[in-house]
Design a protein around this ligand. Sequence first.
Ligand code: DLL
Length: 439
Amino acid sequence: MEKREHKIFNHQMECMSRDERLQLQSERLVKTVRHEYDNVPMYRARMDEKGVRPEDIRSIEDLKYLPFMEKTDLRDQWPFGLLAVPKREIVRVHGSSGTTGHPIISGYTKNDLEVWSEMMARTLTAAGCGPDDIVHVSYGFGLFTGGFGAYQGADKIGAMVIPMSSGNTQRQIMMMKELGSTILCCTPSYATYLGETIREMGLDPNRDLKLKAGCFGAEPWTEEMRYHIEELLGIDACDIYGLTEICGPGVSFACLEKDGMHINEDHVIAEIINPATGEQLPYGQSGELVFTTITKEGTPMIRYRTHDICSLNPTPCACGRTTVRMTRITGRTDDMLIIRGVNVFPSQIESVLVNVDGVAPHYMLIVDRVNSSDTMEVQVEMTEEMFSDTVSHIEQVRRTITERIKSVVGISTNVKLVAPKSIPRSEGKAKRVIDNRKL
Ligand code: DLL
């Protein structure tokens, strides 16, 4: 794939010197803490309990003294308890169902929407999007932030938007072809599904479509999956990250170097902590990602624990941006499976499967407990060609996968090759694990 030139939406903010940025972050942090303390009783009580006063926070160095916020706070304060402005100033809410029941919502002021649009304009620009592009949005539109976020960013750039939302895959592809979509926004699992369906419809993405890049996120995916999607669709695949509590997509984004995701640090401060002790960890060390919003008015979040696992890299990027980059998310502290005492992340299994010929990157992990011992079955789909291959070859592939998984995660698993298309496809976030031990 030919290398494309780097585009930057906001040179001043994305390329400022580290010292200038730290100064800006410190000023904005001081204001945010005061605003939160004065307007959100829950957080004021938490600071009081810890003996921290707003005037104790003078710079970003003091961040570590502040108490954390958690997803449970949003549930406990449902629906509007964390608003830091009068309700009439809120012009939109977005939400997420989460994986554990009760939904959470976040309220946006007019300015919060403006900031979020700017963050998403930077995100799309980094993937090569400009005013002449046609942005095909297959993230869902609704309470989920994916659809609206991508739309707002493209709108700010002045690109043409096709707000497809999710579902109806054949129609998506027809529109993509007829209207000449150039940038695709959806989850990586849906990008794979789209790619496969495009080929099944007898189309060649390189010949029949005009796609050049995709902004894929909302769920964990691996570098191996990125290569697979880039090949399948003939595009640059950029990772984009975000969460409803902070603003939605656009908190960070990969540029065309695809070497980590640039954090929009003039709007958020990122930290990595040890999830067990809460202690800050140095650059390069992997741990739980924590965010503090420093421009958000409606529902500011201070030291919000994301439960996502990654590390931070402060070195300037070849693209010219000086912002700290976060590595790909390797898992969540709460999606880590403990199988017979060994920590296993679904992403480790994915990285093995994507590199095996004869299987498709559609898989499901079924975890159970049999006779007091944990078991894990890895179901993975065969390709059509493999499905009609000899039994002995299929068995050989199965054994290869079993051995590779063992060498990566260190435990034996039961690998089952299943028929093509038998694992449910997702139009949004993929579900990859069924843990029967929790039932
Ligand atoms: O998923 C926002 C989003 C929409 C991001 C579109 C990117 C693209 P929530 O529904 O609140 O918001 O889910 C947030 O999804 O804490 C991560 O666990 C996961 N996640 C989001 N992006 C990525 C990514 C949106 N690029 C939760 N890689 C987060 C891995 C991701 N996990």
